[in-house]
Write a protein that binds this ligand. Structure first.
Ligand code: COA
Length: 214
């Protein structure tokens, strides 16, 4: 087992999985198969995948096959950076990558235009990248779902964020995964919006007890 990896007993009559950090090449195939099957593998790759601060995590079964993946990097949260959302928001689409569809298709999709977005969660308005980390591309192989593997990967991600001095983990959650994220301690912020092709999303977040001092 490599440094930083943990053996996790999955619930139910299944072999244990090993959860730990991995490289971008380890996550892309499952990410593509589960989250972006309608497009090419290249389109399941993010520019951020190779950034120095980006971390990838996966769970492997006893044969070494990747059964769950997630990626995390420092990124400011999508809510207004001040106390008054109406005065501080720009008129155009939100700045955070991956959220632009909210403004453009707001009328058809029932999405919320940027100027209507609610204020930041209390105490989190000024979270900067470094404090705030974005969880992306969380996916468990269909045959491994419901066994605690995804939860174990989110724990590994959260531990990493805490160890890096982060205090906030957030994501654009698919609505179908909202309960999963709630079980992992995340809370919904703002309204649901429609991501073209992929479907309805909502921002979710949780505070992280940072472990790095100074
Ligand atoms: C969402 C996903 C990653 C969850 O992975 P998983 O390995 O099945 O999750 P776990 O088994 O660790 O579940 C942890 C908890 O969440 C619950 N949960 C997981 N998926 C759920 C779902 N779709 N609906 C309701 N509850 C769910 C489990 O019941 C479990 O609850 P418990 O703590 O009471 O036991 C997986 O279903 C998946 O890959 N879905 C398709 C891709 C996707 O939507 N990814 C999220 C992108 S934002």
């Amino acid at each position: 087992m490599r440094e930083g990896q943990r053996r996790v007993a999955a619930t139910g009559p299944v072999p244990a999985v090993t959860v730990g950090p991995c490289g971008p090449d380890d996550v892309v195939a499952l990410r593509h198969a589960v989250l972006r099957p309608h497009t090419t593998v290249e389109h399941a790759t993010f520019a951020e995948d190779s950034y120095p601060a980006t971390a990838h995590f996966c769970a492997r079964d006893e044969a070494g096959s990747v059964v769950c993946v997630a990626t995390v990097w420092p990124e400011a949260p999508p809510w207004p950076a001040g106390d008054n959302p109406l005065s501080l928001l720009p008129p155009g689409p939100p700045a955070a990558p991956g959220t632009a569809a909210r403004s453009g298709d707001a009328a058809q999709n029932g999405a919320v235009a940027p100027h209507e977005r609610p204020a930041a969660p209390r105490g989190l308005a000024r979270s900067t990248p470094g404090e705030a980390w974005r969880l992306r591309a969380m996916a468990t192989h269909p045959q491994w779902r419901g066994r605690g593997v995804g939860a174990a990967v989110v724990r590994a991600v959260t531990d990493h964020v805490a160890a890096q001095g982060g205090s906030l983990l957030w994501c654009n959650a698919r609505l179908g995964a909202r309960r999963f994220y709630e079980r992992a301690g995340l809370t919904t912020w703002g309204e649901v919006w429609q991501e073209p092709v992929i479907g309805p999303h909502v921002v979710m977040y949780k505070r992280v007890a940072t472990r790095r001092s100074g």
